[in-house]
Design a protein around this ligand. Structure first.
Ligand SMILES: Nc1nc2c(c(=O)[nH]1)N[C@@H](CN(C=O)c1ccc(C(=O)N[C@@H](CCC(=O)O)C(=O)O)cc1)CN2
Length: 285
């Protein structure tokens, strides 16, 4: 049966009457509202965010006419930035990976069981190691080696292989993407960083954590920007550790956290539950 769910995402200057205007508009056009979440950044004069889920099975007009009518009747009045997505139009996802398999395997496993609502179109790696693991899921695997001298050409090849995807996931991809690349994919690249940011940015965070004698390790899923590990945080989690745990143990414990954190972040993005406000997110989970 076709999923008739649509998701309306809105951000605009806060004002009285927004919920009434949006809900009345959808009701008057035959939509059944099935979920609503909202957030205002201040009691008055702030920025307003809404995620409204509605069913389109009894709409009395086409999507195109609905969207034009919404712009004319509501969005213009409230100076809204808005977007409607349709659950039946599954997002296309490309995964970048290096040699660690755990984060990528979590996504492929969940996708293969139908619990990650997307189409994984390809995995691209800068190493050959994970080919068999990926092809066992029936997903194309491509190798694009990267060096400092060949980064521009390598990134062009990556974008060629991932042409048409809606989201790129860095599943422990250990190459820093150029500012030019990240600028072409605003809030459409998710990285899993293996620390509880903002602690321990960059390479080798488990060694950094061990050297600091932390009692918590963690993982952070964030949108990727030109600034390494500084993008808007989507999801985080932590795990207790102690003086008895050496770096290999920290890494093994941390990888379980990484997998869960990345999977939640990707699913929330696919379900249009993540809105970005400056360098922060609002997650309507
Ligand atoms: N533009 C961005 N690219 C990437 C980000 C990001 O936030 N912005 N996250 C990294 C993932 N990552 C940590 O989560 C990470 C990966 C690699 C390194 C690193 O220093 N790697 C090499 C250098 C590679 C290169 O110059 O391209 C090294 O170990 O020396 C740090 C952090 C993915 N990309």
């Amino acid at each position: 049966m076709t999923d008739t769910t649509a998701r309306l995402l809105i951000n605009c200057p806060d004002a009285p009457g927004i919920v009434s205007a949006v809900s009345s508009f959808l009701y008057n056009h035959g939509a059944n509202i099935t979920d609503l979440d909202q957030h205002a950044t201040a009691p008055e004069g702030g920025t307003y965010f809404m995620r409204m889920e509605f069913q389109t099975g009894n709409l009395r007009l086409s999507r195109e006419h609905l969207e034009q009518a919404f712009q004319d009747a509501v969005a213009t009045r409230y100076a809204m930035k808005w977007h409607i997505s349709y659950a039946a139009e599954r997002k296309k996802v490309g995964i970048l990976v290096s040699k660690y398999d755990h984060a990528m395997m979590e996504l492929l496993w969940r996708w293969s069981r139908g619990s990650l609502p997307c189409d994984i179109v390809a995995v691209v790696s800068n190493h050959e190691d994970l080919r068999a693991d990926v092809e066992n899921f029936g997903v194309p695997f491509h190798v694009v080696p990267v060096t400092a001298a060949t980064k521009a050409e390598a990134e062009a090849r990556i974008e060629e292989l991932l042409a048409g995807v809606d989201l790129i996931v860095l599943a422990r991809y250990m190459q820093i993407l150029s500012p030019e690349f990240t600028a072409r994919w605003p809030h459409r690249i998710i990285n899993i960083h293996h620390s509880f940011l903002p602690a321990f940015v960059g390479a080798n965070p488990y060694q950094q954590a061990y050297d600091k004698g932390v009692k918590l390790i963690g993982a952070t899923a964030h949108y990727v920007t030109a600034d390494l590990d500084q993008g808007p945080i989507i999801e985080q989690d932590v795990e207790r550790v102690s003086h008895r745990d050496e770096v290999p143990t920290l890494r093994e414990m941390g990888q379980d956290v990484e997998r869960q954190v990345l999977a939640r972040a990707v699913r929330w993005h696919l379900e249009d539950r993540v809105l970005v406000h400056g360098n922060k997110t609002i997650v309507f989970a």
